[in-house]
Each structure stands twice: as C-alpha cells, then as structure tokens.
Design a protein around this ligand. Structure first.
Ligand SMILES: [Zn+2]
Length: 247
C-alpha cells in the first residue's frame, strides 16, 4: 500500500454514533478505539449486531442457544467497557447465513431512524477478496439501509421519521481515506474485546492453556495493528476507514 497523505483525520466528536456489525466483536475489533474515544468525549454510542453469533465456536457439541445468549451478554459488556451509553441491539439473523433482502434493509433502516446517528459505521461491502459472507452482506445491507432511512417514501410504515446521517464510515476498508487517532485508546479497545470471552480462542487466538501469554500477544497485535494503520498516513496509532460524507 502507498501512503495517502491527503486522507482526512480526527473529526469533531459526533453527537450520536451507530456501529452496525455482522457479529458480536466486529465493532470493537474494527473501531473500538474510536468508539471509546468518542464515548469519553460525550458521544452517545449505539451498537447493533446483525447475526446471532451462533457459528462462533470450534466446539462441534456446543449448545447454540446458550452460545447466542452468551454472545449477547458479552456484547453488552463490551459496549459498557467502551463507555457506550446508547442502545445495544440484536437483529438475531442466523450467523453465517446473512442475506441481502428488502426486509433486512428495512430492519436496519428502522434502527437508523430510531437512533438518529450522526455517523454510522459498518463493514466495507466493496472490500476485495473478502471471504466472510456476513461481512459483505452486512456492508450492503447497511449502505442500502442508509438510502432507505434518509428518504421518506421508503418503509413509510416505520414508527420513526426518516433520518439522514451525516456520514458513513466503512471499516476494514478496501481503500481507507480517513485515519482516526486512537493514541491512548487501544488499551480500552483490548478490554472491550476481552469481554467477548467465548471468542478468546477462535477470534483472538488465545490458547486457554497458556492464557497469560496469549493475552499479551493479542494486546501487542492490537497495538501493532493501530501503529500500522496510522503509518499508512504518516500518523500515530489509528483506526482507518473509508469515509463517505455525501449521503
Ligand atoms: Zn465478523
């Protein structure tokens, strides 16, 4: 990748923020430092999770309804650790089977209309060579939900009036054009991620038999990732996004 010195950085603190992720933990992993920083500065942070997280185990004998409940409580704890004071919502669509449909666009548009975010964050649906279908589907659902939420003739049956967010920030972006400084906020991001205790092994690659070493390695990886992201733009520790400002 080449340096992109013309990228924007650190915006004014948004009043209300909605992060929409495919799975529990995606918002923390991709934007946890940014969300923690904004929460501390007074943003109302909400997180909506599209799927039920029921594929998130390597145990073939796991009780999946237990896993779904566990992952919802982990997501609430992670949001609390970020300092999020808004809503934590769950669409409860089946993990790994997220599809684009008018009905699903309507559900996400209803969340946007209800929560009235200044900035929406979600997956970049145009990221090349991405394997995970839920991340791609979530990205397209959210981009389409933005259009539906902003215009009055989409889903007129919705309870709340139409709402146009100021900006959409796509995380794990194919072409990042914005770096948000997370200098000093990565530790809180790590603490939020570690709230997803059921994912320590499968997502964070922390060996339960050598947990102290695994946690230290994961923390270092998060710090290194923030440094690498910022270095793309000749900046310090950052999270990067593709920022859309013409909604
Ligand atoms: Zn995910």
């Amino acid at each position: 990748m080449t340096n992109q010195p013309h990228a924007t950085n650190d915006v004014d603190v948004p009043a209300r923020v909605l992060a929409i992720s495919a799975h529990p933990d995606d918002s923390e992993l991709q934007a946890g430092g940014t969300l923690a920083k904004w929460a501390a500065a007074g943003s109302e942070i909400s997180i909506v999770v599209c799927t039920d997280g029921s594929k998130g185990t390597w145990d073939p004998h796991a009780d999946l309804s237990d896993l779904i409940a566990t992952r919802q409580s982990e997501q609430r704890e992670a949001a609390a650790r970020l300092g999020a004071t808004g809503t934590v919502g769950f669409c409860e669509w089946v993990d790994g089977e997220l599809v684009h449909s008018r009905a699903n666009v309507g559900v996400l548009a209803a969340w946007i209309r209800r929560l009235q975010p200044t900035i929406v964050l979600s997956h970049d649906p145009w990221k090349r060579y991405r394997l995970h279908p839920d991340h791609r589907a979530a990205g397209f659902l959210v981009t389409d939900a933005i259009v539906a939420a902003r215009d009055p003739h989409f889903f007129p049956e919705h309870e709340h009036a139409y709402h146009r967010p100021d900006e959409l920030w796509l995380f794990e972006a194919d072409e990042p054009n914005h770096a948000e400084s997370v200098n000093g906020w990565v530790d809180q991001k790590i603490q939020a991620l570690e709230a997803h205790k059921s994912q320590l092994e499968s997502t964070m690659h922390i060996d339960p038999n050598d947990e102290a070493h695994g946690r230290a390695a994961f923390a270092q990886l998060m710090q290194d990732t923030a440094l690498a992201a910022g270095s793309l733009f000749d900046r310090g520790p950052s999270e990067t996004f593709h920022r859309l400002t013409d909604l």
